[in-house]
Design a protein around this ligand. Structure first.
Ligand SMILES: [Zn+2]
Length: 283
């Protein structure tokens, strides 16, 4: 019995290592297989994700927005917002941009196509250097020449004013008239003169001043009858204007011939027309 147990135990001792070796080989083989297939799967999987992540943002499915993920949607909307911002960034150069007490031009806005009125044979007060945007200057040249041919004298007393220039101009009025200056002059950033399309007229009959008396000159009557033909509009008319400024018979703004005709046909004031057109300064 004792020998049998020994044999038996020896037999067990003899069998176990062989079984263990086979098991080990099986386990190692299985592990190698698992590792290889896992590696292969993960390589393929990463490849597809890599391709997908390149394709999706570059070509978002616009027509299937409803089935897009939140992340894709926000990317599409972000792109659209950027496009809108880029388009609206040009509005300060638009002939119809609304600039008034509540619509402001940034301090650094200066039109890029300013030209000297002296180069366009437009008389200026004291022969001073004055600037206007090219298209406005071209039309002003024709307006002044045709007015002169009709015996009307027109001199430009003020044209483009920079933000800083407007600040100085408003400051001078403020020091004289206090609060009253607000109805006479725009605060910096709120002046049509910063657009480079507005002019103030005067002449000998108005003593070369910017004053209400200009409305009693024949040159004013001529402007009333003909300014539209040259694309200019009286910005702050008598009585019916909603701008908060007094009647300014001397102040005209160039908006283009076609727009000026549309304005005339509309029966609106320039302010009402610009509000209706809805081009707000964004630059
Ligand atoms: Zn003016």
């Amino acid at each position: 019995m004792a020998q049998g147990r020994k044999e038996s135990s020896a037999k067990i001792v003899f069998i176990d290592p062989a079984k263990q070796r086979r098991r080990r080989r099986l386990v190692v083989g299985a592990l190698i297989l698992v590792c290889l297939s896992g590696l292969l799967y993960s390589l393929l999987g990463m490849g597809q994700e890599g391709i997908a992540s390149v394709i999706l943002p570059a070509d978002p499915p616009r027509s299937s927005e409803a089935s897009s993920t939140g992340e894709e949607k926000s990317m599409i909307h972000q792109k659209e917002d950027e496009e809108r911002l880029h388009a609206s960034g040009k509005t300060c150069n638009d002939a119809l941009v609304l600039v008034d007490r509540s619509h402001t031009l940034p301090p650094d806005y200066v039109p890029s196509d300013l030209v000297s009125l002296s180069a366009y044979s437009v008389p200026t007060l004291g022969g001073r250097e004055m600037l206007l945007r090219r298209e406005a200057a071209e039309h002003l040249r024709s307006l002044v020449a045709d007015a002169a041919a009709d015996g009307e004298d027109l001199v430009v007393a003020s044209a483009f004013r920079s933000y800083e220039g407007q600040k100085a101009s408003y400051g001078r009025l403020k020091s004289i008239y206090g609060r009253g200056a607000d109805a006479m002059s725009a605060t910096p950033g709120h002046s049509q003169h910063q657009l480079g399309t507005a002019v103030d007229f005067t002449n000998a009959a108005a003593d070369y001043q910017i004053r209400r008396g200009f409305a009693r000159t024949s040159a004013y009557d001529w402007l009333q009858a003909h300014a539209t033909e040259y694309g200019f509009a009286l910005a702050y008319p008598h009585g019916k204007n909603q701008t908060g400024y007094y009647f300014e018979p001397w102040h005209y703004r160039y908006i283009g011939v076609e727009n000026a005709r549309r304005l005339e046909q509309s029966g609106l004031t320039l302010q009402g027309f610009l509000v209706r057109e809805g081009v707000f300064p964004d630059c």
